[in-house]
Design a protein around this ligand. Sequence first.
Ligand code: LLP
Length: 430
Amino acid sequence: MHQFNYRNGKLHCESVDLDEVADRYGTPCYVYSAGTMRDNYRRLAESLPGIRTRVCYAMKANSNLAVLRLFANLGAAFDLVSGGEIRRVLAASGDISTSVFAGVGKKEQEIELALRNSIFSFHVESEAELERIDRVAGRLGLRAPVAVRVNPDVDAGTHAKITTGRSENKFGVPFDQTAALYRRAAELDNVEPRGVQIHIGSQITKIDPFVAAVGKMLPLVRELKDAHGISYFSIGGGIGISYDRALASGDPAWWESGDGAGLLTPERYGEALAPLLCDLDLEILLEPGRYMTGNAGVLLTGVEHVKRSPTRNFVVVDAAMNDLLRPAMYEAYHEIVPLAESDGEFEADVVGPICESGDCFGKGRLLPAVGEGDRLALMSAGAYGFVMAGRYNTRPMPAELLVDGDRTAEVNVRETFEQIVANERIPEFL
Ligand code: LLP
């Protein structure tokens, strides 16, 4: 569910008119809804009643310091993947000692930083990594809590670039080699098995792959609990969202019409998984990224020109693939809506100003009759939006705003040209 709705024909985020935000802060800019993020967190945290649940927000989805503070205030832990992410959580006063450190290539300095900040657990992806963690912990005179990321070889039925749970992916340890790796961990002096983890992919919109993966893991999880006294099972992230604005809003009209019937919600996720997990007597960790912030953010963009040709219309906007990479990279769909509703409808491709045909946010979209100076919102851009943005074409990183009720705060100021080139040097020999 999200809080982006039309009031008197104007798109609002909570109580704030987005056209006014664009007037004040300029476009392109990301706008996040604090209320939506809080609702998302609470719904997921409560989705497994009777089971000890820890939500480790996969902050790679949106790591703005204000977003991290918001989740930390709610008691969230974090799923971290780099030293930079550890430092962001510290900067937002979040808790590393409840958080997990994932990723296939952790550097020694990153392992050290995590250990010095009492990381709750490392999610280990290989024997070589286990040995590296043991070595670093030994050097520091510490014991490192670890969990092996198991690859359950389940097809999550998602985009090839974001599926992770198949045996051909680089992620995790093959299912049938897991017990041996725990035996190896038990032999090492400076690591201590604390849990076990899976993550099968992202934007999974059906419950079946989750049920299949968790079901496949249960005997192994029990065996590891008996043999090594592990205390948690992390079932990863991956809960998909609807990229359809009306569906994602949770509007009863859509749900009752049946359009919402197949949608994966935290409640459906919990209902299907709780019966599998309730007898384990382990803490269950969830690592949602997209679910927490995806529908809680939009990218606002201004229309520069409308180009009409005999065969096609183009709406050229001031956001580009550098600001929101997902359509170019994954052929991802983001709904595009006007900030001000109006009559008339025409079909157009919505494109950015970059000189590449991949710089296109949507082909053949039905839009109202927009023109120069009007504004559009690219919906569901709160996850993997700003964090994947870049400076291609020497375009500055966009601004980020956080709305909470009727308040708006600029939580990341648009970059300046001076900041873009600040670390560049022209050598003397030129
Ligand atoms: N845990 C692990 C170990 C992960 O690798 C990921 C995401 C998550 C949790 C969070 O997954 P989520 O709940 O957000 O699906 N850039 C892509 C998505 C990449 C996901 C990478 N791993 C996109 O824009 O669709």
